[in-house]
Design a protein around this ligand. Structure first.
Ligand code: FE2
Length: 176
């Protein structure tokens, strides 16, 4: 999986980006996860960021950091090409996903004494999201694998750098 941090194409020009950044700055100063979810969901319903503002990478996804605070909180937009698949990965203790446009299928996993086991799957259409809380200091919150069923733009907030999330080998690799 290729991870990129390429710059958005029209980030500086789009009014929605400027307003969103100002909102994120305020929310991240003293972060209250449930308030962040409510405020950002309302914002994105009324101001959906255009998918074409973000870099498209054939066969994979691009990551664009929209705002980071020194306390670790970050907001990121991911543009997925159709058919792109993520690694199996965990997240910082607070994570929020929201699909602005497109469709993601998410396979959730739980850790057992025999290793990872798939627990359930979730389909996120545009306008749908989820959040999860884990243990402080750990990066195995909400372990999942993401499939882009369509060209998709998703929005993510986490309480720390999402790339600190624990990455697991795929079940197929471990069964070889
Ligand atoms: Fe994830």
């Amino acid at each position: 999986m290729i991870l990129t941090n390429t710059k958005p194409i029209t980030y500086q020009q789009h009014q929605f980006h400027i307003e969103l950044r100002e909102l994120l700055q305020k929310l991240f100063l003293k972060p209250i996860p449930n308030r962040i979810i409510d405020v950002i969901t309302q914002f994105l319903i009324h101001h959906p960021l255009p998918i074409t503002d973000f870099p498209r990478l054939e066969g994979t996804y691009s990551r664009t950091i929209l705002h980071r605070h020194s306390n670790g909180y970050e907001a990121m937009a991911a543009r997925w090409s159709k058919g792109a698949v993520s690694s199996i990965h965990g997240h910082p203790p607070f994570v929020f996903y929201y699909v602005i446009e497109g469709k993601l299928k998410i396979d959730n996993f739980r850790q057992t004494s025999d290793g990872l086991q798939r627990s359930d799957s979730l389909l996120l259409n545009n306008g749908q999201g989820f959040h999860a809380f884990g243990e402080p200091g750990r990066f195995d919150n909400s372990i999942h694998q993401v499939y882009a069923d369509e060209e998709t733009l998703s929005f993510h907030i986490s309480s720390d750098d999402a790339l600190k999330g624990q990455v697991f080998s795929s079940l197929e690799e471990r069964n070889r």
